[in-house]
Design a protein around this ligand. Structure first.
Ligand SMILES: [Zn+2]
Length: 407
């Protein structure tokens, strides 16, 4: 592969190196750089948790070359000024590409729609109120109509807060054993059903963020059969973590939707295998030690995952034989790119040289203290994974090699 001026110039068996730098990647897999369509970079507003520098460095270490940043910052990314801030600051401080989501509602308050056309004009690639559900069904319906006319996706955080109540972990076996208030799976599933129905009626495009329970997978599968424009995403942590892991009541296992049962986990994997779920994302959500070390009930929901997602996916989906390597990588490259209409996620000649080199057989133990993120709230800490990004190239520039950041 020859890279010139930040683009993929040639792929051939016999290439003249000329004056180019040569890297031997024999025995490794060269793939399009990973795209994470669900992450939180915390700028503006929460620099103690993450910023563009630390977040994109964690991304590069994990093999990601493009991040789509959620808008639940402070201020919320609901107007062109904040979009411009995210784009310009991430270009200055970041080492991978960052593209913003615009909010669905102003201030993510769920009361009034954000100006979608203006936000697209400013550079938003899709819309989300992630972190918050759009509880008002009429408003969600209106959002689907407007975004649909603009051919943009609404990435929805499905949660009915009246069902979540004071729940903190999955309402299942473990919650009962520990006597902890659980979150019933219907908190997620009723909103998934609602949003699929609204997408059916309006013709809008709905993308279900962080699918957590078996019932939601069935709803998406059925929606697809009916020809509804619904897509779904699984967050990598759910592939090797269940409610059983949450028993220690450490903040690094507290997430929304909560880690479910073994059966939920199997359903997520089945959804990935049969194509019901086309995207795997990280939901990288950094929180400080102090925030996560509050007692379990009060600690915020959310976990970091940029550096471990690929290893988890390769271990759980590829080495287990559930998906081929290209099928698994598609869910982190060309599928998310297609979903959002990004001209990325391939190794096409003339395309951006955003590339990851993967050692699929490298076995490594996750040590969160090596993370480039500012935060440490990672459920993978201490686990062994098989498969890792060993080189990340963004726009033709090598930004990470063997875990070391080069810029
Ligand atoms: Zn969410």
């Amino acid at each position: 592969m020859l890279i010139e001026d930040g683009k993929i110039a040639k792929i051939d068996k016999d290439l003249e190196a000329g004056t180019a730098q040569v890297k031997n990647v024999e025995g490794k897999v060269v793939a399009p750089g990973l795209i994470d369509i669900h992450c939180h970079l915390r700028d503006p507003g929460y620099p103690e948790r993450e910023d563009f520098k630390s977040g994109t460095r964690a991304a590069a270490r994990g093999g990601f070359t493009t991040l789509i940043a959620m808008p639940n910052t402070n201020p919320v990314c609901d107007n062109p000024v904040v979009v411009e801030y995210v784009l310009s600051k991430s270009r200055r401080e970041g080492i991978v590409n960052v593209l913003p989501y615009g909010a669905i509602t102003l201030g993510q308050k769920g009361e009034e729609l954000a100006p979608f056309a203006e936000l697209i004009e400013a550079g938003c690639v899709a819309f989300s109120d992630d972190g918050q559900p759009v509880s008002n069904a009429g408003l969600m319906r209106q959002a689907l109509i407007i975004a649909g006319a603009l051919n943009k996706v609404l990435a929805v955080h499905c949660e009915d807060r009246t069902i979540t109540g004071e729940g903190v972990i999955n309402d299942g076996e473990v919650a009962r054993r520990l006597g902890i208030r659980g979150i019933p799976y219907t908190s997620e599933a009723v909103m998934v059903a609602r949003d699929i129905l609204l997408a059916e009626e309006t013709g809008g495009r709905v993308h279900i963020c962080h699918v957590g329970c078996a019932r939601s997978v069935e709803l998406i599968r059925e929606g697809k059969k009916r020809g509804i424009k619904v897509t779904g995403e699984v967050i990598s942590h759910y592939l090797n973590t269940t409610e059983e892991d949450v028993q220690t009541l450490e903040g690094r296992f507290k997430i929304k939707p909560p880690f479910g049962s073994k059966r939920d986990q199997e359903a997520l994997k089945e959804g990935l295998v049969d194509g019901t779920i086309e995207v795997i994302a990280t939901d990288h959500a950094p929180y400080t030690r102090a925030e996560k070390e509050r007692n379990f009930k009060e600690a915020p929901f959310g976990l970091i995952g940029l550096e471990t997602a690929l290893g988890v996916v390769l271990t759980e989906m590829v080495h287990s034989g559930l998906l081929s390597l290209p099928e698994a990588l598609a869910k982190m490259t060309c599928n998310p790119a297609k979903l959002l209409g990004l001209n990325k996620g391939t190794l096409d000649i003339g395309g951006d040289a955003d590339i990851v080199v993967i050692d699929p057989d490298l076995e490594w133990q996750v040590d969160v203290n090596e993370s480039a993120s500012k935060s440490r709230n990672c459920p993978q800490h201490g686990r062994w994974l098989k498969g890792k990004a060993v080189m990340t190239i963004v726009g033709g520039r090598i930004v990470m090699e063997d875990g070391r950041l080069l810029v």
